[in-house]
Ligand binder design. Structure first.
Ligand SMILES: Cc1ncc(COP(=O)(O)O)c(C=O)c1O
Length: 438
């Protein structure tokens, strides 16, 4: 077509695909996990928990071993395992003593569970904007969104990079707020030498099967606060029947659940934690190769790592400036997919735009909690409140899921080659698309 040599003809327009192979699913599990799980099954005890004030209230031997190991690993006083990080977030918001109607400032650029954990306690999510470089909460926007009703900040260390914790902790101190870190995607990322998630009042990690390490489903809460740790363990395990015998004075939010992680998952978690460093290092190696290989593509920005931070690279967050490429982002995305670059996304969540917030329908049909007296002002979720997060989705974002597949060095060379092929041939994409395909 158009006299182009065949090897420069974009696959989208009928040329040869750069990457013909299918990548294997990312898999951090091995024989160690099989053996560990087998031993638990052979023991016949798959959970040691009892929902009563009893030595078994804290769970079985593997739960205990995994929690103590996480405490040492992340350098925190307490680690509390949960059956998902969604459960962990719910427990964290309850543990800090949230009141119905309290406002919690949260990022819109996250997985939906971050914000629903707030609603769960009939508190009100207030969305602040993100920084364009890290996609984490922008402290200036957080400060602008503080009202007399603000109780906490729920910060997200998104894609593998820590939020600006010094700034957020400073805001929290000045306004007497609590901070929860959702570090689901950034285990082992560091901020000024400390692990992301461990600087907040409560933080934690997801162990779902998409993450760097996993137990199928699961989560780990971390805190250095004895009282919060106690309350997290209570909410995890039927608090309401335990508080009396345990002698708990503060029974607010002691509505307990079964958020308990099983023995098999914890036995697998122990083996997985031993591999976390290697798994994160391998993702960092991929990112460094990509950084080098994609650096000269005009109009493409590769992820930044802020000074004094390290990145865990759950997602490799790029930006495309169509004014520079001369081709819109969606067309470039299609061209890259056609070349065989999988695990590419052009959108992440803008949580505030979900129907639940747009229509303010969560519990029942009458707008609770926003329509009730506990909500003391009209909280705005209209498009436009988070311009950076919205622009990133609408115009700039291109994410590559480093944790989605297993990539060898030569696989990443192919990915880089595919990007270069598309960029070298952007001219082919400039003419009207349909015209070119006919
Ligand atoms: C940022 C973020 N928060 C919360 C969650 C929820 O974690 P889980 O799936 O373990 O419940 C996820 C999971 O993908 C996440 O990425």
């Amino acid at each position: 077509m158009n006299g182009q040599p065949q090897n420069s003809q974009l696959a989208l327009l009928g040329g040869k695909k750069t990457i013909k192979k299918e990548f294997a699913r990312y898999n951090p599990l091995g024989l160690e996990e099989v053996e560990a799980a087998k031993k638990v099954v052979e023991s016949g005890v798959l959970s040691g928990f009892l929902g009563r004030w009893h030595p078994d209230f804290f769970g079985g031997p593997k739960v205990q071993e995994f929690e103590r190991m996480c405490e040492t690993y992340f350098g925190v006083k307490h680690a509390v395992t949960v059956n998902s990080w969604t459960s962990g977030l719910v427990a964290a918001v309850g543990a800090i003593g949230i009141e119905p109607g309290d406002e919690v400032i949260v990022s819109p650029w996250t997985m939906s569970a971050t914000a629903t954990a707030i609603l769960h306690w009939n508190a009100i999510p207030v969305f602040a904007d993100i920084e364009p470089e890290t996609f984490c909460l922008d402290p200036a926007s957080v400060e602008r969104n503080i009202t007399p009703y603000t109780k906490a900040i729920l910060s997200v260390d998104i894609a593998g990079h820590s939020a600006d914790m010094d700034a957020l902790l400073g805001i929290a101190k000045r306004h007497n707020l609590k901070i929860i870190s959702d570090t689901a995607q950034a285990p082992m990322a560091t901020y000024k030498g400390r692990y992301a998630g461990t600087l907040a009042d409560i933080g934690g990690f997801s162990l779902n099967y998409h993450k760097h390490i996993h137990t199928g489903e699961g989560g780990i809460l971390v805190t250095n606060d004895d009282e919060f740790a106690d309350r997290l363990r209570l909410i995890r395990n039927h608090a309401e029947v335990v508080v009396e015998e345990k002698g708990v004075a503060n029974i607010s939010n002691m509505i307990g659940y079964n958020f308990r992680l099983g023995e098999i998952e914890c036995a697998i978690g122990i083996e997985q934690l031993k591999k976390l460093k290697t798994q994160v290092k391998s993702r960092q190696h991929i990112a460094q190769k990509l950084n080098k290989g994609l650096a000269d593509l005009k109009g493409l920005t590769v992820p930044i790592v802020k000074p004094n931070c390290t990145h865990a690279y759950y997602v490799y967050t790029m930006k495309i400036n169509s004014e520079i490429t001369g081709v819109d982002r969606l067309t470039i995305h299609k061209a890259l997919l056609a070349e065989g670059v999988t695990a590419l996304a052009i959108k992440y969540e803008n949580i505030h735009l979900l129907p639940m917030y747009q229509k303010k329908i969560a519990y029942g049909t009458k707008g609770f909690p926003w329509s009730s007296d506990i909500c003391r002002r009209n909280v705005n979720y209209a498009k436009g409140i988070c311009p950076v997060a919205e622009e990133m989705n609408d115009r700039y974002f291109l994410g590559f899921g480093i944790c989605s597949f297993e990539y060898s060095d030569s696989d990443i060379d192919l990915v880089i080659k595919a990007f270069h092929k598309v960029w070298d041939n952007l001219i082919q994409l400039k003419q009207p698309f349909l015209e070119r395909c006919t």
